[in-house]
Structures are given as C-alpha cells and as structure tokens.
Write a protein that binds this ligand. Structure first.
Ligand code: URA
Length: 219
C-alpha cells in the first residue's frame, strides 16, 4: 500500500495533511525517513510519524440490506445512495463489492479491502451470487434449460456461464450466477422470453443476508 494511504488509514489526518507531514520528512519506514508519498509500505514494515507508531486501522467488512429506490453509486440525481444508511467514520475509504440496480433489493457488501472485493466480484473467481427472482410469466422447462447452459446476451460474444436454478413457485425462482455483467439477471430472463418483476440478492459466496431492509452490520 502507498505510504500516503497507509498514514491516512492509521491517523485522523486529512489527505492534504498527510502529504504535508510526508513532505516535511516526519515519516519513517523501518527507521528510514521517507518523503515520497507513493513509497510502498509492506505488511511487516514499521511506520512512525515523529514519535508515534502508526498501526493501520483493521479492514472493515459490512453487509447491508438495500431497499428499493436507492443506488449503489455516489452520483445520481434521482435516488439517494446506500452509503446514506451507514453511520461509520472514514466513509470515503469504503467501496461496494458488486453493485445492484436502483430497483433491486438485498445483499450489498461494502469494504475497504480491495483484495476481498476483487475475490468476490472478478468473474475468474466464480463466486456464486444468489438472486430471488419474481417473474412476469411462469418459468418453463425450456427457459430453465437455456439458463442452465448459458445465454448469449446482446452485444456480448461469450455466452453467460452456466447458472443454477431452483424453482420456488411457477413465477419465482432462485437463480445462482457467478458473474456480474450489467443488468445480467434481467437480461438473461429477457433473452429467454420472460421478464423480471422484482429482484432480490440473498447471498454472495458464503455470506447470507441476515439483516432487515435498510439495516446493516459488520461481518
Ligand atoms: N442483475 C440485474 O439485472 N440487476 C441487478 O441489480 C443485479 C443483477
């Protein structure tokens, strides 16, 4: 991690103040004064600011149950952002691991640990995401077969990876996919001639949603 980031995550200093203390030569790594903000700090390095030993705040992992009509992005003119539901410090350090559409509800994971979110979201890692899908038409065997094999979505050369489907009722299914393409679930059902009326994410990997709508907790 960059030295400026490390100091930001281990003190209450603002970004500008962090750069000032580094430029003034007040920071040392393993006993050597470092005045380069981009200097890479590794796991076992010992970092001091003047006489203060700096220990990085531990990573944070949060699950949130997203209500409808909220967005997973900071910039939107119409809807509030899910971050408005969180009352935590240093919110600017957090990011969402796998966004949901404004009208989709359910599990959103929020963290400041980039490797963790990469593991959950990168398609090569095949992390399963479970969605409860309400459909406008009854699901047919033919639709299930096509979804299980993989669907060619418009504008994509490669078909979607095989999905798992559990039928709950004729108009409700649990769909498990390991990718997160733009509007993927809605587009998959549109491609087989159906339409998603409501979409709710219940699980990502081993993490099952267990807080009420609009609530969050540390994992
Ligand atoms: N697929 C969608 O179509 N929308 C979501 O919000 C998530 C997955």
């Amino acid at each position: 991690m960059r030295l400026d980031k490390y100091i930001g995550k281990s003190t209450q200093l603002t970004t500008a103040q962090v750069l000032e203390v580094i430029a003034r030569g007040e920071v040392s790594v393993n006993g050597v004064l470092i005045d380069e903000p981009a200097f890479q700090v590794h796991e076992n390095n010992v970092v001091y600011w003047l006489d203060t030993y700096l220990e990085r705040r531990p990573f944070r992992y949060i699950m949130l149950n997203k209500p409808p009509n909220m967005v997973c992005s900071n910039i939107d003119e119409h809807y509030p952002c899910v971050f408005n539901l969180l009352d935590v410090s240093h919110q600017h350090e957090l990011h969402i691991a796998g966004r949901l559409d404004a009208d989709t509800t359910g599990l959103v994971l929020i963290t400041d640990d980039g490797s963790w979110s990469y593991r959950l979201t990168h398609p090569d890692n095949h992390c399963p995401k479970v969605y409860r899908v309400s459909l406008s038409k009854p699901i047919t065997n033919e639709m299930i077969k096509r979804l299980k094999v993989g669907i060619s979505l418009q504008g994509k050369c490669k078909p979607t990876l095989p999905a798992q489907i559990e039928v709950v009722t004729s108009n409700e299914v649990l769909l498990t996919i390991t990718e997160g393409k733009f509007h993927q679930v809605k587009r998959m059902f549109a491609a087989v001639g159906n339409r998603v009326n409501a979409l709710h994410r219940e699980a990502i990997g081993e993490i099952n949603l267990d807080v009420q709508e609009g609530q969050w907790r540390y994992i």
